[in-house]
Design a protein around this ligand. Structure first.
Ligand code: SAM
Ligand code: SF4
Ligand code: SF4
Length: 359
């Protein structure tokens, strides 16, 4: 029988504070990159246990997730988003963990949607609770939604989420997103050698057409718990070749400088797909992304080992201008380009877990 409820329930200030000035766009980092795109993580919890992200052996039933008091409140998240917007941030992606596990998420979306300067407000979700929430999210002002889905085949999908969650429930969520007006819905598929590579072409067929943009993501060495090996990565060009053999593709130019996905369209007009080649074709040179974890740490790279404690600033007597100056100082010192420097040794180093900083 189909089961559409979440399957796995709840599983020193180090920032220099420069003299506060009038808030204005943050200066570029040491490699000339502006801060444009904020990933805001609203929870570290998830009801799935995808082995590439939150393997069960590490994130077991006794895993200590953040207590409620450590997590930024909606008011703190919105204040932070306003400060980032004042520094030139134009896009916010709400993520997690699984963001739809955060109670009353549409209320936060409504707060974020009303911030001046934010041109794009999106959400990445595993889709398990989307059927119930899609309309409320749309009405709250969410502009776009991305659903992570690694297979259409039910047995493969259940094995990959590792909590036996049925694919049909995620498909209901995607349909509800379309009905709520979110077309085109982006679908993210992480490809792992020998696990779901046989699903590449079926996924490309199923998500053709104007309602979807399917994006294939190379399996990455995020965090320190997913036992990543280069042998498990299916390179983006191999993915494109596999699809092209059955469904001819044509390359498209990027929508904007710094777009992470390389874009293609079906030659017969059947819509768009993308590949994100973080491992085989790094795109650090244009990376404008900052990430804030649910406990309020700022990470300037997905593969960072260290975050900067913004919660301590938010809960201090500092005003917005002083916090903005602190964020500017962190960003202007940024020199991250992990994917360009990856080696077998760095891949084994402990880094922040993806379930803390989102995708
Ligand atoms: N739980 C939500 C979801 O799955 O969409 C949001 C958070 S999840 C960490 C964000 C994205 O990161 C998902 O699309 C997921 O597939 C991707 N992801 C997680 N671990 C990954 C890895 N090791 N390599 C590539 N992508 C990964
Ligand atoms: Fe959860 Fe998303 Fe990580 Fe899967 S990828 S375990 S759904 S946070
Ligand atoms: Fe950006 Fe870090 Fe990814 Fe490079 S490795 S694209 S700097 S997040």
């Amino acid at each position: 029988m189909k089961r559409c409820l979440p399957a796995w329930p709840g599983v020193s200030t180090d920032v220099d504070i420069p003299a506060a000035g009038i808030s204005s766009a943050a200066p570029p980092d040491t490699l000339g990159r502006r801060m444009r795109d904020l990933r805001l993580s609203v929870t570290d919890r998830c009801n799935f246990r995808c082995a590439y992200c939150m393997p069960k052996e590490v994130f077991g039933r006794d895993h200590a997730f953040l207590p409620k008091t450590d997590i930024l409140t909606f008011e703190e998240l919105a204040r932070l988003a306003r400060i980032f917007a004042g520094l030139g941030m134009e896009k916010i992606r709400v993520t997690g963990g699984e963001p739809l596990l955060r109670r009353d998420l549409p209320a936060l979306v409504e707060m974020l949607a009303s911030i001046d300067g934010i041109k794009d407000l999106t959400l990445t979700t595993n889709g398990s609770a989307l059927a119930a929430q899609a309309l409320a999210l749309r009405q709250a002002g969410l502009k776009r939604v991305t659903v992570s889905l690694d297979a259409l085949d039910d047995a493969t999908f259940r094995a990959m989420n590792d909590v036996d969650f049925p694919v049909a429930c995620v498909m209901e969520g995607i349909d509800a997103a379309l009905a709520a007006g979110f077309a085109p819905v982006k679908i993210n598929m992480v490809v792992r050698r020998g696990v779901n590579e046989h699903e590449i072409v079926p996924m490309a067929r199923r998500f053709r057409g104007p309602d979807y943009i399917l994006r294939f993501i190379e399996f990455m060495d995020v965090g320190g718990t997913n036992a990543w090996r280069m042998d498990d990565v299916v390179p983006a060009d191999e993915i494109i070749r596999a699809i092209s053999r059955e469904l001819p593709l044509e390359a498209l130019p990027p929508n904007y400088a710094g777009e992470v996905a390389a874009r293609f369209r079906h030659a017969d007009g059947g819509g768009e797909i993308g590949v994100i080649s973080s491992v085989t074709g790094p795109f650090c040179r244009d990376c404008t992304r900052a990430r804030v974890s649910a406990e309020g740490k700022l990470f300037t790279c997905l593969f960072a080992t260290h975050g900067h404690d913004l919660r301590a600033l938010l809960r201090s007597t500092l005003d917005d201008a002083a916090i903005a100056s602190a964020i500017s100082a962190i960003w202007s010192a940024r020199d991250d380009r992990y994917s360009e420097q990856r080696t077998p040794a760095t891949a084994r180093q402990g880094k922040v877990e993806m379930s803390k900083v989102g995708g």
